[in-house]
Design a protein around this ligand. Structure first.
Ligand code: SAM
Length: 401
């Protein structure tokens, strides 16, 4: 049943054992495991998950490795999801010990190196975190998350521009992160991180749609596209107000959660630009993209497809992370801002200046003032927390001419 941990499982048949005897045997196994690895095996931790500053990709693989004693049963039936949640709940110092032990056993284990990076980063040891990223990349040169975070840590406008231009790398990075984050995303975002973007964006989009097709308030839509739909939080404010809702996301695990909510008529597992490219010209009257474009970098492809897919009078509403705020905050020196106005932050996410977005909108169309009219002045909102720091989102809303 657990092929990925079978190599390290032990089997001790206890016919006719009482519950107390089984519990005692489990505790003995657990004690032996802690003695050996210095860490509590995932799935056995108590209490709420620790604050998690950013999603991680190393957790799943590291948790699988750390699962080295037979389990007493899985309450949700999803062993890997439980293992990941328990791994995340373990204190960073414990995860550091476990990741180091895994690296000592196999120095070419990229996921262990990445798990070490996450622990060091959380513990505030920047040099050790960067060294771990280098080790992850040396072990696996195609490790998208390690490459991105190393570029962000090393800084420089060239690194920011190179990352922003690499659309395929950006999509792969997002897929890695969000595939490992899907099961805890909703609770984490709306609880711990105080996520406000969907509500703010829906208000802005509704205001720009001029009362919607039917002129009633709140407006109705014929077809909404949610670009980077994730688990569906961003369309919840539009529930029951659209004839069709199309979600596009690169993470199949996020889409699985979204599918379960029944909010979308169509879900496409694709990069958002290529997903939009499969839709018909003028098919939609609203495109939203909440808390997604900071994973994308350059936005010209997104704008081109939005221009094609939106009907005249349709609304394009999205959030980006504010480059103006990012470069004026405490760690301003560590945000590499390229000349085009796209920055790469220590978090590995991009930020965009207002000028960059407005420039794209102005350059669109075939003359005659461009394809877009600004529906409302860009507005900054406190979009969510990242650890103990607020992340400011700039909301942009345009109407297709
Ligand atoms: C922070 S989540 C936000 C999800 C949702 N919009 C919300 O507000 O809850 C970002 C989502 O964007 C997706 N994403 C990032 N880059 C993408 C890309 N290039 N193409 C498609 N989806 C992408 C991720 O997989 C993730 O589900």
């Amino acid at each position: 049943e657990l092929p990925e941990v079978a190599a390290s499982a032990s089997l001790s048949p206890m016919p006719a054992a009482t519950k107390d005897q089984l519990v005692a045997a489990w505790k003995r196994g657990l004690a032996a495991q802690i003695k050996e690895s210095g860490a509590l095996p995932p799935g056995n931790a108590k209490g709420a998950p620790a604050a998690w500053a950013k999603p991680n990709t190393g957790a799943a693989a590291a948790a699988r490795r750390a699962l080295s004693s037979p389990r007493t049963g899985s309450s949700s039936g999803d062993v890997e999801a439980e293992a990941v949640a328990a791994w995340r709940a373990a204190p960073a110092a414990e995860r550091r010990r476990a990741a180091k032990a895994a690296l000592e056993a196999d120095a070419s284990d990229a996921e262990a190196a990445f798990a070490l990076y996450e622990a060091e980063d959380e513990l505030g040891d920047g040099d050790a975190a960067v060294a771990a990223l280098r080790a992850a990349l040396a072990a696996d040169p195609s490790h998208a998350a390690a490459a991105r975070l190393l570029a962000a840590a090393e800084g420089g406008a060239d690194a920011a521009s190179a990352a922003a231009n690499d659309a395929a790398g950006a999509a792969e990075y997002a897929r890695q992160i969000f595939d490992g984050y899907a099961t805890t995303f909703d609770e984490h975002l709306t609880g711990t991180l105080k996520y406000s973007v969907p509500k703010e964006l829906a208000l802005a989009a509704d205001a720009a749609s001029g009362g919607g097709r039917s002129g009633v308030d709140p407006p109705r839509y014929a077809c909404i596209v949610d670009a980077g739909c994730g688990t569906g939080l961003s369309v919840e404010p539009f529930a029951g107000r659209a004839d069709s809702v199309i979600g596009i996301d690169v993470s199949s695990k996020m889409l699985e959660v979204a599918r379960g909510k029944g909010l979308y008529s169509t879900l496409l597992c694709d990069d958002l630009v290529s997903g939009l490219a499969t839709l018909a010209q003028g098919q939609c009257d609203l495109i939203i993209s909440a808390d997604t474009l900071m994973y994308v970098g350059r936005l010209d492809g997104f704008f081109e497809q939005a221009e094609r897919v939106l009907a005249s009078g349709g609304v394009l509403a999205f959030s980006v992370e504010s480059a103006e705020r990012a470069t004026s905050q405490g760690d301003a020196g560590s945000v590499a801002l390229g000349e085009d106005g796209i920055g790469l932050q220590p978090s590995g996410r991009f930020c965009h200046t207002r000028g960059y977005v407005e420039g794209l909108a102005a350059r669109s169309g075939d003359g005659d003032g461009g394809a877009w009219e600004t529906a409302a002045e860009p507005r900054d909102v406190m979009g969510r927390m990242d650890g103990d720091k607020p992340v400011y989102a700039t909301l942009h809303v345009f109407v297709r001419r």
